[in-house]
Design a protein around this ligand. Structure first.
Ligand code: NG1
Ligand code: ZN
Length: 531
């Protein structure tokens, strides 16, 4: 009966508009906003089934297209512990989204049967949206879908993606997360941050002041809220705070991919600046030098800075914890080298997409994962969390050891372990720089990045490109990898790969080499081999 109502209402209010099929990819469904209303309605239906299949655990439904242009939008589901939707359900999502209006009923029924859905179970869906003009109507479509299926809605309105992940995890678990409200979230993070900072905001070359590029999105809004909790502990000048166009010539993706400073932020020589993306799950640091040259400190830099600091704490705390890092093929070769040769820490490479990084990071007591684009976090296993939190209550331990353990305990409170979180990451990074007494230039001095270039290539069907070895080698079309090998061999420190994007209808090319000119040329050569 419920399914019947749901399919009738769908036909009536949210009939399928697009004839082209859409895929639930690494970031859920993402396309032009005008093609999405029926998708949102259907994802609302699916969310209820997912929640019921998890015996009523809260499920998240986030409406965003992250760093993509303002006319785009998207939706993804969040599983009970704040993680990305389980892979087997991605297939259900794709099937449901692409069903014709008349097939809707039978596809819903098939999913419900395959998962032995208990219709008596309750369903709770937490809904969040970014600041795109199309988001409110899409949220309404999702809420209509949830409601017609008998699900309960908790509408969080405009939130960052990582906030919604946090709220979902917090509702479903007891323990490390704060109350599932904006106040709970900010209070917990900033209290830990202030504890870590102590009463002296300055230290050595570190000055407690940053310029913040909010990409004209929700990150700017929420940073403003965060500031009211931070008090004097950190000065943040907000730019691109919502008056301009979302992600246009600004934000973390623009700075990383275009390798230039965002518009709308004053050029203050050597000042520490950050850029977040449109839904505030990514962050990169940068500064411009005396010659107006941009120095980018991306996700790889963030991972190495945090790893260096945490490794020292792990050693001093003497709890026998294992720390490891996870990267993707986009990690700069210099960073991988630095991790294995200088830090001597284990480092794994996995395919693009946070779910892969997160899963791998779960294998360590303390797993640090960052994509080069600035999306990442630190996760502590249950074992590590228990050891740290118990030991932090042992006043008889030597002072230095106890201090390291308590610092780790505060980091657990300050970090959003569910997913990359620009604001939480910012607080952790500012903590590390403060503890080290470092300027952004001191941070940069750890190693020198290899010059690199990213390009997009449009193909009729991007799926003709198939890869292996964590996307670092192509296996189809035949001959492509041999050609890439030839080009790579011709440049010192050359490395290049190509892979189909999981979020856009394009193929991405990446190249790095000893000089920018060589990296640019290598990228062009590889791009031409793809056509
Ligand atoms: P695709 O489009 O699959 O390259 C992009 C990012 C990913 C990840 C997802 C989700 C790059 C090269 N790729 O994926 O790292 O963040 O978007 O937003 O930055
Ligand atoms: Zn994002």
């Amino acid at each position: 009966k419920v399914l019947d109502n749901a399919s009738k209402l769908g036909l009536e209010k949210y009939p399928r508009q697009e004839s082209r099929d859409i895929l639930y990819g690494t970031a859920g469904f993402r396309t032009r906003a005008e093609n999405l209303p029926h998708i949102l309605y259907r994802v609302g239906l699916l969310a209820v089934l997912r929640s019921k299949s998890k015996r009523g655990a809260a499920i998240g439904l986030m409406i965003t297209a992250s760093h993509n242009p303002e006319p785009d939008n998207g939706v993804k589901l969040i599983d009970p512990f704040g993680e990305m939707l389980q892979q087997s359900w991605e297939k259900f999502a794709t099937r449901l989204a692409n069903a014709s209006d008349t097939e809707l009923y039978s596809v819903l029924l098939a999913i419900a049967e395959a998962e032995s859905i208990d219709w008596e179970a309750r369903a709770l869906i937490c809904v969040g949206q970014d600041t795109r003009p199309s988001s409110p109507d899409l949220a309404q479509a999702a809420i209509t879908g949830i409601t017609v299926m008998g699900g309960e809605v908790k509408d969080y309105g405009v939130v960052t993606t990582p906030m919604l992940h946090y709220f979902v995890a917090s509702i479903n678990t007891d323990g490390i997360y704060a109350e599932a409200t904006e106040d709970g979230y900010f209070k917990k993070m900033t209290t830990a941050f202030k504890k870590l900072r102590g009463d002296k905001p300055s230290n050595g070359n570190y000055v407690p002041s940053i310029l913040f590029d909010g990409a004209n999105g929700v990150g700017a809004l929420k940073m403003k809220v965060c500031l009211s909790y931070l008090g004097d502990s950190l000065q943040v000048q907000l730019y691109n705070d919502g008056n301009g166009k979302l992600n246009h010539l600004c934000g973390a993706d623009y700075v990383k991919v275009q390798q230039c400073a965002p518009h709308g932020v004053p050029r203050i020589t050597n000042a520490r600046c950050v850029s977040v993306d449109g839904d505030a799950d990514r962050i990169v640091y940068y500064y411009t030098d005396e010659c107006d040259k941009l120095h980018l400190l991306d996700g790889d830099r963030i991972a190495t800075l945090v790893a260096d600091y945490l490794m020292e704490l792990v050693q001093k705390s003497n709890l026998g914890l294992q720390l490891g890092l996870v990267q993707t093929a986009y990690a700069n070769g210099s960073s991988t080298n630095y991790i294995s040769k200088t830090l001597k820490a284990p480092v794994a490479c996995v395919p693009t997409g946070v779910k892969h990084l997160h899963q791998k990071a779960l294998e360590y007591d303390i797993g640090i994962y960052f994509e080069a684009n600035g999306h990442g976090t630190v996760i502590f296993s249950d074992f590590a969390t228990k050891r740290i939190c118990c030991a932090a209550e042992e006043p008889s331990l030597p002072k230095k050891q106890l201090c390291a353990i308590r610092t780790l305990a505060a980091i657990i409170e300050a970090i959003n372990q569910t997913v990359g979180d620009a604001i939480s990451d910012l607080l952790i990074l500012e903590t590390v720089l403060h503890a080290r007494g470092w300027s952004i230039q001191d941070w940069e001095a750890a190693y020198t990045d290899l010059p690199n270039r990213q390009l997009k290539v449009t193909l009729k069907d991007r799926r003709v490109i198939e890869t292996t070895d964590a996307e670092r080698k192509s296996v189809a079309p035949p001959g492509l990898q041999d050609q890439i090998n030839l080009f790579v061999r011709n440049v010192p420190n050359g490395r290049a790969f190509v892979r189909p994007s999981g979020t856009e209808d394009i193929v991405r090319v990446y190249a790095e080499a000893d000089t920018q000119a060589n990296a640019d040329q290598l990228a062009l050569q590889v791009a031409s081999a793809v056509y």
